[in-house]
Write a protein that binds this ligand. Structure first.
Ligand SMILES: CC(C)(COP(=O)(O)OP(=O)(O)OC[C@H]1O[C@@H](n2cnc3c(N)ncnc32)[C@H](O)[C@@H]1OP(=O)(O)O)[C@@H](O)C(=O)NCCC(=O)NCCSC(=O)C[C@H](O)C(=O)O
Ligand SMILES: [Mg+2]
Length: 352
């Protein structure tokens, strides 16, 4: 572990100073596209106008023989477009793959000034982040970058989950962590065959009444990801970085997707991945606090004055702790409304 005194020092001569605060930029959806897929690549500039984060994916879901085309495609798209306030991220190949070194060298030296965040898959522990951290510093120095690239880890191995707190605090570059349910399920030897979401077999059943074990026993499907998401949220909050739910692979099931995203939102996540254009609006809706919740939060804040003591509002007790929750909601609403005029209008209307 680096000494706290050196934590914010650049890791290479000529590399930019690390950031001291992770910017809380809107990132309700991290929209994945394959830069080697001509159709998707052609849509990227239009999609960029609708999303908070556009991510050029180089890892899983890109065929092995298209890896180089994906890398080159992303460089071309980044050079040819100005995405304005939409962040541009990439997911590089895993650290044990034959592609990742060239991914990092090419992307940082060619389009390092256009990229905001590098997503690193299958992170096992702090050592993986330390490797990327030093390499990025060297490449940033070579490319003459003035702004440091941030790093986002995917939590998708059993060791990654066991080490999530040290991963979250491994570098001042750490921007956030996403759950990768598909790889995590495989790593844990879970018996699912899906990309995220629930499973009808994972349930609890009410007790039997009398001797009859089969009738009148309601079952409730449980959330396979609750433990991991909650643990990830705590690790991120502890280190001042941002947690995200990852992918929901059943593109057709927009209802199940919305439920999974909402659970993550309520537990503390700031966004999720959109794999298909149909998931963009779901993430936008879910990860923006509702106008009614924002109006309520603002009312509590106003009636609580300096934020101490206890008051009754509509029969509910409010005190120092509930006003803090209301501030979380109101501050998120303000941050999102600043770059989303439609949302700003909806919040204004609910207030009046
Ligand atoms: C899932 C898909 C393969 C579906 O693609 P397709 O069959 O082409 O869907 P549609 O016919 O409905 O598409 C309609 C049009 O929209 C374009 N399209 C589709 N997806 C995207 C996109 N993501 N961005 C931009 N444009 C998109 C199609 O080209 C169609 O265009 P047109 O014909 O001109 O109308 C596909 O959506 C896809 O590949 N999505 C990305 C998948 C991905 O990135 N997967 C990796 C992330 S999940 C993961 O890695 C697991 C995780 O790590 C873990 O371990 O949990
Ligand atoms: Mg994965």
């Amino acid at each position: 572990m680096r000494s706290p005194k050196d934590f914010f020092a650049p890791l290479a001569v000529g590399a930019p100073e690390p950031v001291r605060q992770i910017p809380a930029l809107p990132s309700r959806m991290i929209h994945f596209f394959d830069p080697s897929n001509e159709k998707m690549a052609a849509k990227a500039p239009e999609i960029a106008k609708k999303v908070d984060v556009l991510l050029g994916n180089l890892e899983d879901a890109v065929k092995a023989e298209r890896k180089e085309a994906a890398r080159t495609g992303l460089v071309e798209i980044a050079k040819a477009n100005d995405f304005g306030s939409t962040q541009l991220w990439t997911r590089v190949n895993s650290l044990d793959s034959p592609w990742v070194l060239d991914d990092l060298i090419t992307l940082v030296t060619e389009i390092g000034d256009k990229l905001d965040v590098i997503m690193v898959p299958k992170v096992e522990g702090a050592q993986d982040i330390h490797y990327v951290d030093r390499l990025l510093a060297q490449l940033e120095a070579r490319a003459g970058l003035s702004k440091p690239l941030l790093v986002h880890a995917i939590l998708e191995t059993a060791s990654g989950v066991a080490n999530v707190e040290e991963i979250a605090g491994a570098s001042p570059r750490m921007q956030g962590i996403s759950l990768g349910p598909a790889d995590l399920a495989a790593s844990r030897r879970m018996k699912t065959t899906r990309v995220g979401g629930g499973h009808p077999g994972y349930l609890v059943r009410t007790d039997p009444v009398g001797e009859d074990l089969t009738t009148g026993r309601t079952t409730y499907q449980q959330d396979l990801w609750h433990y991991t998401v909650a643990r990830m949220v705590d690790a991120c909050a502890m280190h001042g970085i941002l947690p995200y739910y990852g992918p929901f692979g059943d593109i057709r099931d927009v209802v199940g997707c919305e439920d999974q995203f909402r659970n993550a939102f309520l537990l503390g996540c700031v966004g999720a991945w959109s794999l298909h254009p149909a998931q963009i609006d779901i993430a936008k809706r879910v990860f923006s606090p509702s106008p009614e919740d924002v109006a309520w939060a603002r009312r509590v804040i106003a009636e609580m004055g300096d934020g101490t003591g206890a008051v009754m509002i509509d029969g509910k007790m409010q005190d120092d702790a509930s006003v803090k929750q209301c501030r979380v909601v109101a501050e998120l609403a303000d941050a999102l409304a600043a770059s989303d005029p439609e949302l700003a209008e909806a919040y204004r209307e609910a207030q009046s």
